[in-house]
Design a protein around this ligand. Structure first.
Ligand SMILES: [Fe+2]
Length: 179
């Protein structure tokens, strides 16, 4: 079912563009729910992979995720909103795809690792889009301090996406092609 944008909570700054503020809040809560979901997904992926390099990238991003959750909570409080997660249907779908990769491949194979990288990058791209859009909206709403915080997380998401590409290209995909 389509989720309604939260219109009940007024923009604490009392701005005229309150519809954009409501959209921003809705997206912020969805991203907060997504980051919390990652606390369950990343350990699941890490447990399923065999490459130590890939395992290290996933573990390090789990640490990033905890910090990113704290940053989002800081933004809610700073703007005077209650801290509430929303579930993203897209993230649930990508998670299901990741589970299907694990179910459909053998343990200790590079093919499984290659499939898990695809799923992890889909998750990262979703977050990159969310952080990027939120930063744009925060800028339009004149929340420059919030833009800076969102961009810290955006940078980390892009960085892990690049790391996943490097691990796939340099180690895993070639090995998978020989299985
Ligand atoms: Fe994240």
């Amino acid at each position: 079912m389509k989720k309604a944008i939260d219109k009940k909570e007024p923009d604490p700054q009392g701005r005229q563009d309150s519809k954009l503020a409501a959209l921003f809040l809705n997206e912020l809560r969805e991203l907060y729910g997504t980051e919390q979901h990652q606390l369950h997904v990343l350990p699941m992926l890490k447990k399923a992979v065999s490459s130590q390099k890939l395992s290290n990238v996933l573990a390090s991003h789990l640490d990033d995720t905890r910090v990113q959750i704290g940053r989002l909570e800081m933004i809610f409080k700073h703007l005077g909103y209650s801290v509430e997660p929303r579930t993203s249907e897209a993230i649930l779908g990508i998670t299901r795809e990741a589970e299907m990769v694990i179910e459909g491949t053998l343990r200790e194979t590079a093919t499984r690792d290659a499939g898990i990288i695809v799923a992890a990058q889909k998750l990262e791209h979703y977050e990159i889009t969310s952080y990027g859009s939120l930063a744009q909206h925060a800028s339009t709403l004149d929340h420059d301090d919030v833009v800076e915080i969102l961009e810290l997380s955006l940078f980390e998401e892009k960085e892990v996406d690049e790391l996943l590409t490097a691990v796939a290209e340099n180690y895993i995909n070639k090995e998978a092609s020989r299985e």
